[in-house]
Design a protein around this ligand. Structure first.
Ligand SMILES: [Zn+2]
Length: 692
């Protein structure tokens, strides 16, 4: 388990607890409408636009109004957008590669053997169904054999290695205060609902979700062999225990503040805080090297957990552990009845997704999760043109120059803070496409026909790899996403921006598109990640990735006032029904969206000047400036099911996609000027916000 603050361009799934994202993958045995294949979109796609919409009133509608007619959300998705089209495209490429690797043959490389056999085992649903819960039996026996809660520390440490986050999370992180060091970290955990507030909200939708969750637990326990009445009462007990854990957990908005989740404690201090966790014994069997101190992210949680363990009887703890265990196993390696039941709650009810995804898609995803760089290495060799890497690198450099100019000309920042900001900007590491050194999987055994065992061994391999970093120097070349991933991220401890090969294709980057379109697409993505280094969270880290305040008090005050403007602006957007956008939770992403588009715009103007491009000259009906903004808008074309939208505003630091377009262009008078809007129209308000 990696504990870090990396900020991504998109996709909530990755930032929510691991158990949930794996549970979400449903299963479908029969091909359906979701088997449709998609072609990559062009740099500016006129067919997606609704040109009857007034672009000064609702630019999202103008740029993307036809998207959902052309691309209705497929039944196996909870939302569908520009990113999904590229992800589906990459998924098809990986599918072809994996089918070939699965077909076997003596000529397979070691990586191809692992990729192919992992995938083939996952696809073998007959064997998985035949085995039933047998592969899980040793773990279930271990729970049944617990004689006292004092035996828990060893069991919980073991669970961490196989991604069962009962009661807590344990892992490795870069030390926030000294990014050269890698340390152990102990974090809150143990909930089956997406976030702590799910246990306490009093609105109708929240009450309904809790009722459905308890029913889901009941159904799973019945499948495990419990009689109906016992399953129902056990589910109530589990819900009570999780609610007590939620009560002492920190909410997601608070967790965005690094100082709130950083409390270095010696093992002795942790022992006096939570003696029932027996930290010495826990650490001894955790797989981590010897540690004398660690980050206890949320001491109040462990104080609460300690009290809870003391007051909960052994039988209830065992019931809870059985539930946490089964709920943490990816549905795709469980018998169909369990898989279907997982999907029914986490997919259908929580996200509104009508159908499970095809098995092959889930097995491609599972292989990528388990063997990301082994699969990615083959993917990059076959599918990633070197020209895309070079073009992206050029654009990244242009955008960094733009940010340097932006900082130099800010009228609100003192020269002292500017010097530090420039220092940080120049230290940002640009990582494009794939890692320079590939991860070594030679010690991981993948056995054909053992889907469950492969999953366990891969989890353990990865968690031990993470833990082994503790006390060692940081590998600055490491990546936190696999190469085929259609996403990007900034990591404040590394002070690096990362663009996997998966996102460096059309429409984000397209060699056939105009410069204006490419700057509006991938340029804005690059600007977004770079701005994360300077958003309300990123700005607290310095050039070396250390949490240290490099701002003068007055500059910090100015920054906060500017950020507050965005908190209010975004907090006024209604996402769905009674649910508004959380302006605090989304502040960092909104700041990155706004700064990102501005930087891309500056870099584009500089590029156009260099190349002597006439910005007013129309090409195919649109001026270069119009192309730039429409391309930006089309990054976020898409549609979301209502259940998923509610989940998103309650758990995801990213604003809904319509807001990511309209909220940003509202803050850029250059947009209104390009489209002939008048001050006072919705897309050109008199009082715009600007942080960067
Ligand atoms: Zn982001």
């Amino acid at each position: 388990m990696k504990i870090q603050m990396a900020r991504r361009i998109s996709l909530a799934l990755l930032s929510v607890v691991c158990a949930l994202s794996t549970m979400l993958l449903g299963q479908s045995q029969t091909p359906s409408a979701s088997e449709k294949t998609y072609a990559l979109l062009p740099g500016l796609d006129k067919s997606l636009m609704d040109t009857t919409a007034d672009r000064c009133v609702n630019f999202f509608q103008y740029a993307c109004g036809n998207f959902s007619k052309l691309y209705p959300i497929p039944p196996d998705q909870s939302s569908f957008d520009t990113f999904t089209i590229v992800a589906e495209y990459a998924e098809n490429q990986l599918h072809t590669m994996l089918e070939k690797a699965a077909a076997g043959g003596a000529s397979r490389t070691a990586n191809e053997q692992k990729n192919g056999d992992y995938y083939a085992s996952c696809m073998d649903s007959t064997a998985i169904d035949r085995d039933g819960l047998k592969p899980l039996q040793p773990e279930l026996d271990r729970i049944a054999g617990l004689k006292s809660t004092s035996e828990l520390p060893e069991l919980l440490a073991h669970y961490q290695l196989i991604n069962v986050n009962a009661f807590l999370n344990f892992g490795e992180q870069q030390d926030f205060k000294d990014a050269r060091k890698q340390i152990a970290a102990l974090d809150q955990g143990g909930l089956g609902l997406p976030e702590r507030d799910y246990y306490f909200r009093t609105d109708e939708a929240a009450e309904k979700t809790r009722k459905e969750y308890v029913q889901h637990i009941t159904n799973v326990l019945k499948l495990m062999g419990e009689p109906e009445s016992k399953a129902a009462s056990d589910a109530q007990e589990i819900m009570q225990l999780e609610t007590a854990l939620a009560k002492v957990s920190m909410d997601i908005t608070s967790r965005r503040d690094p100082s709130k989740i950083y409390h270095m404690e010696t093992v002795a201090e942790l022992t006096s805080l939570a003696p029932s966790l027996a930290p010495n014994r826990f650490l001894d069997v955790s797989g981590a090297p010897m540690v004398t101190e660690l980050n206890v992210t949320n001491p109040d949680f462990f104080k609460g957990l300690n009290a809870l363990l003391a007051s909960t009887d052994l039988q209830t703890v065992k019931t809870y552990l059985r539930w946490q265990l089964i709920n943490s196993i990816p549905g795709v390696v469980l018998p169909k009845a369990f898989d279907d039941e997982h999907f029914d709650f986490y997919g259908r009810k929580l996200r509104g997704q009508p159908e499970q995804r095809a098995r092959w898609k889930r097995c491609v995803q599972a292989t990528d999760d388990a063997l990301g760089e082994a699969l990615g290495q083959v993917y990059v060799a076959q599918e990633f043109p070197l020209a895309n890497k070079q073009a992206t690198l050029q654009m990244v450099e242009d955008i960094e120059v733009a940010m340097g100019q932006d900082i130099a000309t800010l009228d609100w920042m003192s020269p002292a803070t500017k010097t530090r900001a420039e220092e940080k900007l120049h230290a940002v590491a640009d990582k494009i496409g794939y890692p320079d050194h590939w991860r070594d999987y030679s010690k991981l055994t993948i056995v054909r026909g053992d889907a469950f065992g492969n999953m366990l061994r891969a989890a353990e391999f990865e968690n031990l790899r993470e833990l082994a970093k503790i006390g060692k120097p940081v590998d600055r070349g490491e990546w936190g996403m696999s190469p085929p991933t259609v996403n990007a991220y900034y990591n404040p401890s590394m002070n690096d921006i990362n663009f996997p090969a998966g996102i460096l294709q059309a429409p984000f980057y397209d060699a056939k598109a105009t410069d204006a379109e490419n700057y509006g697409h991938i340029g804005a993505v690059v600007g977004h990640e770079l701005t994360h280094g300077f958003d309300d969270e990123g700005r607290q880290f310095d050039a070396n990735g250390n949490l240290s305040d490099w701002w003068t008090a007055d500059d910090a005050k100015q920054f906060e006032a500017k950020a507050d403007c965005e908190v209010k602006q975004y907090g006024a957007f209604v996402a769905i029904g009674d649910a508004k956008v959380n302006g605090r939770l989304t502040l960092g992403e909104n700041t990155a969206d706004n700064g990102g588009l501005r930087l891309a715009f500056m870099a584009f103007l500089a590029d156009a000047k260099r190349k002597n491009i006439d910005l007013e000259q129309k090409q195919d009906g649109y001026t270069a400036l119009e192309q730039f903004f429409v391309a930006y808008g089309q990054n976020w074309c898409g549609d979301t099911r209502p259940e998923q939208l509610r989940l998103q505003v309650q758990t995801d630091p990213h604003s809904p996609r319509e807001v990511r377009v309209n909220g940003v262009v509202q803050n850029m008078p250059e947009f209104g000027e390009a489209f002939g809007c008048k001050v006072g129209q919705p897309m050109m308000p008199a009082n715009a916000c600007r942080v960067w």
